[in-house]
Every structure is written in structure tokens, then in C-alpha cells.
Design a protein around this ligand. Structure first.
Ligand code: BEZ
Ligand code: FE
Length: 253
């Protein structure tokens, strides 16, 4: 898509969003009082800095589903609100701290023809045992629980990290996102997962997640992002848990 085509889409999409919301207001004969209550809820979301959380909870997976209409390689999955551009480069270990179990993350990256892809920069990030992501407070620097690594000439990387735990989407279950999850009859725990972002010139960027077989909340993920082909069974080698991944990148559009 050219830059001109992209900029022409923006007013169309924004206009359609407004039309779609107007359609909901008309469908339910929404009163001024209800409209103001929704308005105030949005203000609370902004005040609590929960806008990214709510949008990524309900809309990010839909964008991944749209992407999957044209992808032939590995499945894209929710990026979520905790990706940081400037994670540290790591060679073989992502720093962790606190109550964690070691996990070797080993991955082979190939193209659609099965050829290994070297020099793929892979961002890896996951939560600590409290369900927190690093880089969002001074006492939890981004040097922990995240890192960028690169595939070798065989399209392989292997880094030590830790097995993440399931965590609550929001630390305030009665906050503006928590109350929406409850209102819609959902539950707020995300299953155990690790985030990945694969980047290499000439290939479509891939953002995805990995889930763990047998884990809790796989069937009731509040984000609706768990797919069977993203669920992996851990192996054990020399007493250490190992996650083996095979990733296929699509060529750039
Ligand atoms: C996450 O996986 O980190 C996440 C995704 C969507 C909303 C909140 C968190
Ligand atoms: Fe996450």
C-alpha cells in the first residue's frame, strides 16, 4: 500500500467507526444519561492509564485475525500493551529475578520454502512471578524479563529465560477495565504466555505469543488469543525445561 493509499484509508475508517457507534446508540435507544455514563467511563479509563489495556484486551486479536487472511507462515497473535522498542540485546540469557523456574527458549526460523533465515532479530518478553512486565517502573528496569536476540546462520537462537505464570489482566479488578470484563461475564486472568516479535528485512514482521499446554485459563483467556497451534508442551533436558519453537516468516508484502 502506498503512503497516499494509507492516508486515504484513515478518514474512511474513522468515519465508519463513528457510524458504527451511532448505529449502536440508535439500536438500543441509548439515553443521554447512559451516554454520559459511557463518557465518564472512558474518562476513568484515561485517568487510570488503562486505554491501551482495554483496547488490546478487546481489539488487538481482531487485527491479528485480519492479518491471518493473507499470511501463510506462523500465526500472529496479540502484542499487548507491554512491548518496549529498546529492550537489551542478549546473547544467551534473559535476566530474571525473584521466584522463577528456568526455561530454555529454542527456536528455528525458516521461510515459506523451509530455508533457515539468519539474522532475524527476535524480541522476547514475559511477565515476572507477580505478573508484572519490566520497564514500567523505576524499581523494575527493562534489563529484566525481556531481550532481543538474533538467529545464527542456521536460523537458530537459544536463550535462557523463565517459565512465566498466569497473571491478572489488571491489578485493579474493580478498575475501569476490570468492571467491563466483569460486566461482559468474562474473567480477568491471562494464561501463561511468552511474547515474541520477529523482524528481518525482506520478511513480514511477526508478533506472536506462545502458550503452555496444561496451563490454567487457556479456554477462558480474556483477550481471546489462545489457538491450538500456539500451545506448546515443554520438554525437559538435563533437568531444565525447554520450549522448542518453529517459526515460519512470510515474505514482505
Ligand atoms: C498481554 O498479553 O500482555 C496482554 C494482552 C492484551 C491485553 C493486556 C495484556
Ligand atoms: Fe502478556
Amino acid at each position: 500500500m502506498t503512503d497516499q493509499e494509507k492516508s486515504q484509508r484513515t478518514p474512511l475508517i474513522v468515519g465508519d467507526i463513528i457510524d458504527a457507534i451511532r448505529g449502536v446508540l440508535r439500536k438500543h435507544d441509548v439515553t443521554f444519561e447512559e451516554y454520559r455514563a459511557g463518557f465518564m467511563h472512558l474518562m476513568q479509563l484515561a485517568d487510570a492509564h488503562e486505554v491501551p489495556l482495554l483496547l488490546d484486551c478487546y481489539l488487538n486479536q481482531t487485527i491479528c485475525d485480519i492479518e491471518m487472511k493473507t499470511r501463510q507462515g506462523s500465526r500472529s497473535n496479540v502484542e499487548g500493551p507491554y512491548f518496549l522498542e529498546d529492550a537489551p540485546m542478549v546473547t544467551d540469557t534473559i535476566k530474571v529475578r525473584g521466584d522463577t523456574k528456568p526455561l530454555l527458549i529454542r527456536c528455528r526460523v525458516k521461510d515459506l520454502q523451509g530455508q533457515p533465515i539468519p539474522d532475524v532479530i527476535t524480541d522476547i518478553w514475559f511477565a515476572d512471578s507477580n505478573g508484572d512486565y519490566s520497564g514500567y517502573s523505576e524499581d523494575f528496569p527493562k534489563e529484566y524479563f525481556r531481550g532481543k536476540t538474533t538467529t545464527d546462520s542456521d536460523g537458530l537462537y537459544a536463550v535462557m529465560g523463565s517459565i512465566p505464570k498466569e497473571y491478572p489482566m489488571t491489578s485493579n479488578e474493580h478498575g475501569p477495565t476490570g468492571t467491563i470484563i466483569e460486566l461482559l461475564g468474562g474473567q480477568g486472568m491471562r494464561p501463561q504466555h511468552i511474547h515474541f516479535k520477529y523482524l528481518k528485512e525482506g520478511y513480514a514482521p511477526l508478533t506472536t505469543q506462545t502458550y503452555f499446554s496444561g496451563g490454567a485459563y487457556l479456554k477462558e483467556d480474556p483477550v481471546g488469543a489462545v489457538f491450538d497451534d500456539l500451545i506448546h508442551e515443554l520438554k525437559e533436558e538435563d533437568g531444565v525445561a525447554v520450549l522448542d519453537l518453529n517459526i515460519v516468516l512470510d515474505p514482505a508484502a
